[in-house]
Design a protein around this ligand. Sequence first.
Ligand code: AMP
Length: 234
Amino acid sequence: MGAGGEWAARRVTILGPPGSGKGTQGIRLSDFWKVPHIASGDILRRILTEEPDSSLARAARVIEAGKMVPDAVAARIIFRELERPETARGFVLDGFPRNVAQAEMLDECLGQRAMALTCALQLRIDESVLLARLSGRLTCPECGESFQISSAPPRVAGICDRCGARLTIRPDDEPAAIRMRLRLYHERAEPLYSYYARSGRLRVVSADGTEAEVFSRCLEGFGVGVGDRNESLV
Ligand code: AMP
C-alpha cells in the first residue's frame, strides 16, 4: 500500500483526441496503480488478428477506414474486460466511452455492480500539434505502446522498447483516415465532456509537454504524487 491509501479502487477513463497521448498515459497510470489498462482500440485490433472470422471481427473491420464500430460492439468488448477479477481494485479505460450513449451504458454497467466511474481525465491539445504527432506515429501491435518518429523514437529503430515486437504504422494513421478520425472525434467529444462535467467527474489536463510532465499532471488530484512510487515508473 502506498501513500494516502491509494489502493482504493481507481476507475478512470482517459478522454482525448487521437494522438493526445491517451495510450501512453493510460499504460503509465495502469502500471503505476497496478490496475488493468483496457484500451478498446487495442482489443479491436487484437480481435481482427486473432479471431478474424468471428462476428466481432466482422463488426470491427470498419476501424481500418477510420470509422467507429457500433456502440453495442464497443460496449460488449469493454464489459467483457470489466468482468475480469483484476478490475476489482480499479481500471484505466482508454478509448471508451467515445460518445454519450457509450458513457450511459458504462454508468449502467458499473451501477449494476454498485460501482461508479471515479474520473474522466480529458487530455487537451492543439489540433496542429496532433496532426504532426499522428503522421509520425509507430505502434506496437503486441502491447499497444506507441512512439513518435521525431519526438519520441524507440531506442532501436522499428522495435518496441517495452516488449521487443516489430513496430507498425496503423492503417488508420494514414492521412485520410486521420482527418476522418479527428472530425468524428470532435462531433462526439464535446457532449461527452459535458456529460462528465455535469456529474462533477471531468478533469482537464494539458497534454502539451513531455510524457513525464503530462503523467505527473494526470496523477494530480488522485492523492499521490509521482515520487511516492518511483519504482513503478519507467
Ligand atoms: P484507438 O486505438 O482508440 O484510436 O481506436 C482505433 C479505432 O477503433 C477507432 O478509430 C475506432 O474505429 C475503433 N474504436 C475504438 N474504441 C471505440 C469505441 N469506444 N467506439 C467505437 N469505435 C471504437
